[in-house]
Design a protein around this ligand. Structure first.
Ligand code: AMP
Length: 177
């Protein structure tokens, strides 16, 4: 087991790329965290800190960078991994949820048998910005009867007030800007 990692070490490894994918966006690049074995393991340790193996039934990850953290968290918690994907990517029958973007809208989807009713869920994504994506994800989990015990993010852009769209949910973010 690697020595404990601090969230400050993770923060130092995150690379901010200006004007990607379009002008004005400060993109938070998490690939340097993933490439460092100690930081990656430490990030998963911090994201799963409130739970013991067996206390979560499913870690639900959000397309696409959320999958990386959610899948690793799932193996650590001895839980299953369940993906929430952008519309049109999942092969079986799905439920869908629409949400507003700055311009236009997007749709996320989940397999209808992705969760058992009453499943204890940890929801994970890489980054909380405006909260629209995570809020749509909570709706899907709720529709399937899942019980979200916590929502975990590696990064939270606090100035965008994404938490306001996730009222009542315990939220854990490792690094905030
Ligand atoms: P939002 O729905 O506004 O909270 O956006 C969250 C989603 O968009 C997450 O899945 C992130 O991966 C992605 N995202 C939004 N803003 C950024 C950013 N500045 N850097 C990296 N990813 C971002």
């Amino acid at each position: 087991m690697p020595a404990s990692v601090t969230s400050q070490e993770i923060e130092y490894a995150i690379r901010t790329v200006p004007d990607f994918p379009k002008p004005g966006i400060q993109f938070k690049d998490i690939t340097p965290v993933l490439a460092d074995a100690r930081l990656f393991a430490g990030a998963i340790e911090l994201l799963t800190k409130n739970f013991t193996p067996g206390s979560i039934d499913a870690v639900v990850g959000i397309d696409a960078r959320g999958f990386i953290f959610a899948a690793a968290a799932a193996t650590r918690l001895h839980a299953g991994f369940v993906p929430i994907r952008k519309k049109g990517k999942l092969p079986y029958r799905t439920i869908e949820e629409d949400y507003a973007l700055e311009y236009g809208h997007a749709t996320v989807a989940m397999h209808i048998d992705g969760l058992k009713a009453g499943a204890r869920v940890l929801l994970v994504d890489d980054l909380l910005a405006t909260g629209g994506t995570a809020a749509a994800a909570t709706s899907l989990v709720k529709k399937l009867g899942g019980n979200i015990l916590e929502i975990g993010f590696l990064i939270e852009l606090k100035f965008l007030n994404g938490r306001d769209k996730l009222p009542g949910y315990p939220i854990r973010s490792l690094v905030t800007y």
